[in-house]
Design a protein. Structure first.
Length: 268
């Protein structure tokens, strides 16, 4: 019924005209021409009454409803354009994203500046390895480290305590070198992700921008986690340095005690 009413209302003028033509041209019985003319006049009057009393109020009510809906939609559209997604603010945000893209490029170029400083062949080889920013090179760190810094002394060349301290110091140093290579590789990946997110934000529609922002927030959480990991390495390196200092003091104390005992024995 609703579809029929909508179709009737959208073609109301044509239907009324057709109805009037049909009523005017319809054949009437010959023996009742005067009565037929009266019936025709009565029918036309009924049509006019229906138009005035039924169709017109319905059209007015429909027009009023459509006018109200149109006003609501117009208000909503103005609210979104002027308050939620104003064009000037969107253009300003896109300009900021473009400027940040330039900053990302500058930061990336700065982070890849060659800082190698070794001058001799063996140190240069090891330095190139730890500055390679390639995590695939991590397995070769131990070999190159031992080539540069030598291995743990043999049993006949150092006491067990000294060998333990040297081994632990070497382990902590190698761990830090390996972690630095891994974190450099992670930093490069983070910079690539930041660049891609920046490009997407620059071209994003207002409705999709929050999704990209959520992804950026997730990447930020990951970056903070990697930063904490790097901080843990720094703490470990500092801890092993303190432990070595403590161990050296213990060695000195033991040596002093042994020297004192040897002096007592000599006096006897």
């Amino acid at each position: 019924m609703r579809h029929l009413l909508n179709a009737f209302l959208s073609h109301r003028i044509q239907l009324v005209a057709v109805l009037l033509i049909v009523c005017l041209v319809a054949p009437q019985p010959v023996h009742a021409q005067l009565l037929g003319l009266g019936g025709l006049i009565s029918a036309i009057g009924g049509i006019g009454s229906a138009i005035l009393n039924v169709i017109a109020p319905a059209l007015q009510q429909q027009n009023g409803l459509l006018s109200t809906l149109n006003n609501v939609l117009t208000a909503l559209n103005a609210f979104f354009q002027n308050v939620i997604y104003p064009k000037t603010a969107i253009a300003r945000a896109q300009g900021l994203v473009g400027a940040l893209g330039g900053l990302y490029a500058t930061i990336r170029a700065t982070s890849t500046v060659n800082v190698a400083s070794a001058t001799l062949p063996v140190p240069q080889t090891f330095e190139d390895l730890v500055l390679s920013r390639n995590p695939m090179n991590i397995p070769t760190v131990t070999t190159q480290y031992q080539t540069l810094y030598q291995t743990v002394p043999a049993v006949t060349d150092a006491t067990p305590a000294q060998r333990d301290m040297i081994d632990m110091t070497d382990a902590a140093a190698q761990d830090a070198f390996k972690r630095s290579v891994a974190l450099d590789g992670i930093a490069d990946t983070e910079m690539q992700a930041a660049g891609q997110i920046n490009q997407e934000l620059q071209a994003a529609a207002p409705g999709t921008a929050p999704m990209i922002e959520a992804e950026a927030a997730a990447w930020l959480v990951r970056a903070n986690a990697y930063t904490q990991s790097a901080l843990s390495d720094v703490i470990r390196v500092r801890a092993i340095a303190l432990a070595n200092n403590s161990d050296l003091l213990k060695f000195n104390a033991q040596s002093a005690a042994q020297f004192r005992q040897n002096a007592i024995n000599a006096l006897k």
